[in-house]
Design a protein around this ligand. Structure first.
Ligand SMILES: [Zn+2]
Length: 323
């Protein structure tokens, strides 16, 4: 069987072509992709490369679709079920997996990075990574479970408490999801973004104007944002390293005396755990974290280049592809 797919053979370019769909193993299912989210990571992966990328590769790590074929060991999943795919496949045995941080598994294989992803008509995923989409939840809303899961992981690692203040650098899709998830948790979020177009889209975004916060999360890959966030931490404040930086500029001066005297913490956050997907789907389905208004562009697979430009120029909010 053949399918249409985006294939990256070398960094900086891709082709949209027919590729064979391989056979599934017993513990896998074949999923017809209904919607796949485009994020800055895909832009980076295709145009710049990424630490975890192996080639050739079909990208796409935000996927919702319908199971079309099951292996012999699909558990409770049936053909016709709509599922959200957690992008990771983990070993379950290494120290990170045993402590419940499977996103840091030493054998981690991420869909769209180490395994083929959702920029295609079909994706093959292990049953281990599937979550049923709640009844009545539209696929294009359910697919926000992936980026929202990453936000939940960051907020959890930051130990954000009810009533605390949160500064979010970047009012793009990730910043907006962090903002809404934090509000659902009873915290007081504020988005900082220099782009006035994003202020209009994001209620309550603006300049920092001397504000300080209990938690700062940098959701934009800019050194200047990290420097600003470091200076905006309250005593006992936590700064979350949510966005990666270009390898050529990933070292910046940090005052250790500041951390010492004010008991502040730097904490890294990368990806999410499987359980965050369940919580994210619940938050979306219940309306506690609204997402529908964040979709700015709906494109066919053939318009991926256009979608990447929109992400690169910050010309929209969330861009979805419908293979
Ligand atoms: Zn592991």
């Amino acid at each position: 069987m053949k399918m249409r797919a985006v294939v990256v053979r070398e960094i900086g370019s891709f082709e949209i072509t027919e590729v064979p769909l391989r056979d599934i193993r017993d513990d896998e299912v074949s999923i017809q992709v209904e919607v796949t989210g485009l994020c800055r990571t895909d832009l980076k992966l295709i145009r710049v490369g990424h630490r975890d990328l192996t080639l050739p590769r079909i990208p796409g790590e935000e996927v919702v679709g319908v199971i079309r074929k099951t292996g012999g060991a699909a558990g409770s999943f049936r053909e016709g079920d709509r599922v959200y795919v957690y992008p990771g496949v983990w070993c379950g045995e290494c120290p990170s997996c045993r402590r419940g941080a499977e996103n840091l598994c030493r054998g981690m294989e991420i869909m769209g990075f180490h395994r083929d992803g959702g920029f295609a008509e079909y994706v093959i995923a292990p049953v281990q990574s599937l979550l049923p989409v709640p009844e009545g939840l539209a696929p294009e809303l359910a697919v926000f479970a992936e980026p929202l899961s990453c936000c939940l992981n960051a907020l959890e690692l930051a130990r954000l408490g009810e009533g605390e203040t949160l500064g979010i650098w970047g009012a793009g899709p990730a910043g907006a999801l962090l903002h809404r998830a934090a509000r659902a948790m009873g915290a007081h979020p504020f988005c900082i973004d220099p782009d006035p177009r994003r202020h209009q889209r994001m209620m309550g975004a603006g300049a920092r104007d001397g504000r300080t916060f209990d938690v700062c999360i940098v959701a934009v890959g800019a050194v200047a944002a990290y420097e600003d966030a470091l200076g905006a931490l309250n005593p006992r404040g936590r700064l979350v390293v949510f966005s990666g930086l270009h390898p050529s500029e990933d070292r910046l001066p940090v005052s250790f005396n500041q951390l010492h005297y004010y008991e502040q913490t730097l904490v890294g956050a990368y990806g999410c755990q499987f359980r965050h997907g369940r919580r994210a789907l619940d938050l979306i389905a219940s309306g506690e974290v609204p997402v529908a208004d964040l979709i700015s562009h709906r494109l066919p697979l053939e318009k991926l280049e256009e979608g990447l430009d929109i992400v690169a120029n910050r010309g929209g909010m969330k861009v979805h592809l419908y293979p």
